[in-house]
Design a protein around this ligand. Structure first.
Ligand code: SF4
Length: 694
């Protein structure tokens, strides 16, 4: 086979790569192919294709409780008969489906259709709830649409200032750092992070500003930045008058957030807040600047007030007249590889393909026509609500998990483990025996990036082709084969295993929706066209930039939502006086199921650790590398300390990529954002003590 042009399996940057065959079966070499670049994860991605414990045959749990090999037919027959029996006894909603933001668009679409058409269950949601759901909720209510970046990533390159709120792109998507260069050269890189992350560290070299706020106070900080912009006459008043529905509400909602008040809440000096606001404003078009962007990441979003924090960022962007202006804007740095596409095609409990609301009668009627059904279930429960209902008297008795490793990535893992164990049937599809797969009754081995065709949608809404470079090993098949095989056994027709056919159907299903793919064809993508949705017909060139002529709201104006600061849900107290913050490392991706198996990455970051400030370490008598015990209201764990001034004295940082006894989500709080359903991963109260390793 000759070289194949495709994209990296990991993050939402979706760097272009060429894969070259090598002599070893199933193996390839990777090279960068233009757009993006490759970070260490991308360079080593081929190793995941040939990991020693790759799943290659279906597994089923036997009477002795062991997972043993079986055939596809036996596994599919067993799952179909258990689903039938459970639904006959307990009703359609007795079966739930959980998807993932790394699935291709075709798999994500087929998953939602399978749940609603073959299973007829309302219980479907996905791990994007843990990712960017707060930004999605905030942009939908402000702009009437959610596309992570409503402009090409390359637009960032010319900006004079960029405010990054809770995003560590220097570690999560290193090639994107090149797009910060214009702002860095102008001294306009502004980073909000309680930790001196690799990205925050860039500010030191270039005269930028690191706003090292107390965890859980980003919202107060952004309200104060907006207050300064409005009070110092730096706002774009013409833009506010023409393009925003209620400028007075925006002004009133920030009036009491003078910087000295914000300093008391955030710990960021008032003078620094004023300076940051002025730097950002100076780059805005209204002041003749080169352009300004405000970008949020998980640090802002993974809170019980994440939607409101993003809303505050949007309000600041509106005050400065940024959204819809060439070279300026607000955007969300989506994380998962198909985090954008994964939220457009119907995996979400409240959503149908084309990014339509499941509560909209017209949207339901359209999908019923496309799918040839008389009714649709839903809306259902959001991810954590769904997990918490598993095995309960009126909750689902069976769960199918696709592309998600819940036993690492969900909050409050003791509760998740208990809920999964209470199920009568757990089915997992995966590439490797992940922590969640090892708990399953049936495991289906499925294809991964270089073994499959399909489409992915980058964080900018750019639709890209994924192409097959190597044959999958053993009995491995696509998730599409799981949906088609089960649907057939359950008496439901219309489920294809051909990704091109599924994409054709997805195009029809999305037609007329907010994420309209109807003008995107396999042929256009293969001819090298770079198509940003919406693409409403085949002659349409795509839409790289949104909002130039207005917002897709009833009156064409952006909607202001008044928001205010509120504390972290967990109470800090004498016993648990510090904040626990979780986050990401350069070497690992999401739950680490793939990257922990790549030798080079595992050697570089082999185990979990806790970053502690030297002052805390000294008070507790903990040396660098020594064991500490972290305890929260959910659980406790022992892990080695890294003593560093990179964290605030009131903060402990732990990466979340590790499983088993190293999984920090044993400690995190599953309290939810009331709008988005996002759990509060990013801040909870923790007790830290010296410990002895077991
Ligand atoms: Fe590019 Fe992200 Fe892959 Fe790194 S992980 S190579 S930044 S797509």
């Amino acid at each position: 086979m000759s070289s194949v042009l495709t994209h990296c399996p990991y993050c939402a940057l979706q760097c272009a790569t060429t894969l070259h065959p090598v002599a070893r079966p199933g193996a390839v070499e990777v090279r960068p192919a233009g757009r993006g670049g490759l970070c260490r994860k991308g360079w080593t991605a081929p190793d995941v294709l040939t990991v020693p414990d790759r799943l290659t045959t279906p597994l089923i749990r036997n009477a002795a409780g062991e997972l043993v090999e079986t055939s596809w037919d036996t596994a599919l027959d067993f799952v179909a008969s258990r689903i039938q029996s459970l639904q006959d006894t307990h009703g359609r909603d007795a079966v739930a489906v959980f998807g993932g933001g790394g699935l291709t668009n075709e798999k994500a679409y087929a998953l939602g259709k399978f749940a609603r058409v073959a299973l007829k269950t309302a219980n479907v949601d996905y791990n994007g709830r843990f990712c960017m759901s707060s930004a999605a909720a905030a942009t939908n209510r402000a702009f009437g649409i959610d596309r992570g970046l409503p402009f090409p990533l390359a637009d960032l390159g010319g900006a004079g200032a960029i405010l990054l709120v809770g995003s560590n792109i220097a570690e999560t998507m290193p090639p994107a750092v090149a797009q910060l260069q214009g702002a860095r050269d102008a001294g306009g890189l502004l980073v909000v992070d309680p930790r001196l992350s690799a990205t925050a560290g860039l500010t030191a070299d270039d005269g930028g500003i690191h706003l090292q706020a107390t965890p859980g106070t980003d919202l107060a900080l952004v309200l104060a930045l907006t207050h300064v912009v409005l009070q110092e006459g730096l706002a774009d008043t013409a833009y506010l008058a023409e393009r925003v529905d209620d400028p007075d509400l925006l002004i009133r909602s920030t009036a009491s957030w003078w910087p000295e008040r914000a300093e008391r809440v955030t710990g960021v000096p008032a003078a620094t807040i004023r300076r940051a606001a002025r730097v950002l404003a100076a780059a805005a078009p209204v002041h003749g600047g080169a352009g300004a962007f405000i970008l949020t990441g998980r640090g802002a979003e993974q809170h019980s007030k994440g939607t409101d924090t993003v809303t505050a960022c949007i309000n600041l962007a509106l005050a400065l007249g940024l959204p819809g202006r060439l070279g300026s804007g607000y955007g969300c740095i989506t994380g998962q590889g198909n985090g954008q596409g994964g939220r457009e095609h119907g995996q979400k409990a409240d959503q149908l393909p084309g990014y339509r609301s499941i509560s909209d009668p017209a949207a339901r009627a359209h999908l019923m026509r496309v799918w040839g059904v008389e009714d649709l279930p839903g809306p259902g429960k959001s991810a954590v609500e769904l997990i918490n209902s598993l095995g309960q008297p009126d909750g689902p008795k069976a769960l199918m998990v696709h592309g998600s490793n819940l036993l690492v990535s969900a909050p409050n893992l003791a509760s998740v483990r208990e809920r999964l164990a209470s199920l009568e049937l757990l089915v997992v599809t995966d590439v490797v025996p992940s922590e969640t797969a090892l708990l399953a009754d049936v495991v289906f081995p499925v294809t991964q990036w270089a073994e499959e065709d399909g489409t992915m949608t980058s964080l900018e809404g750019r639709v890209l082709r994924r192409r097959t470079a190597v044959a999958p090993p053993g009995e491995v098949r696509s998730d599409l084969a799981v949906f088609a095989g089960l649907a057939e056994r359950l008496g439901s027709k219309g489920f294809s295993t051909d990704p091109a056919e599924v994409f054709e159907e997805l195009r029809r299903a999305s037609a007329g929706g907010r994420a309209d793919y109807s003008g995107i064809t396999w042929e256009r993508l293969d001819a090298g066209e770079e198509l940003f949705w919406p693409v409403p017909h085949e002659g349409h060139p795509g839409t790289p930039r949104l909002f130039a002529d207005g917002f897709p709201t009833p009156d064409g104006r952006a909607r202001v939502v008044a928001v205010d600061h509120r504390p972290v849900a967990d109470d800090l107290n004498a016993e648990s006086p510090l904040y626990l913050v979780t986050g990401r490392l350069l070497q690992h991706y999401q739950s680490g199921a793939q990257t922990r198996r790549v030798p080079e990455l595992a050697e570089a970051e082999p185990e979990v650790f806790a970053e502690l400030h030297p002052r805390v370490a000294a008070q507790l008598g903990i040396g660098d590398g020594r064991p500490v015990r972290l305890r929260t209201a959910r659980g406790s764990m022992v892990l080695p300390a890294r003593v560093t001034t990179d964290v605030r004295p009131d903060t402990v940082f732990v990466p979340f990529h590790f499983g088993g006894v190293e999984a920090v989500n044993e400690l995190t709080n599953d309290v939810l954002d009331p709008v988005s359903g996002m759990p509060e991963f990013k801040a909870c109260a923790v007790e830290v003590t010296a410990a002895v390793l077991p």
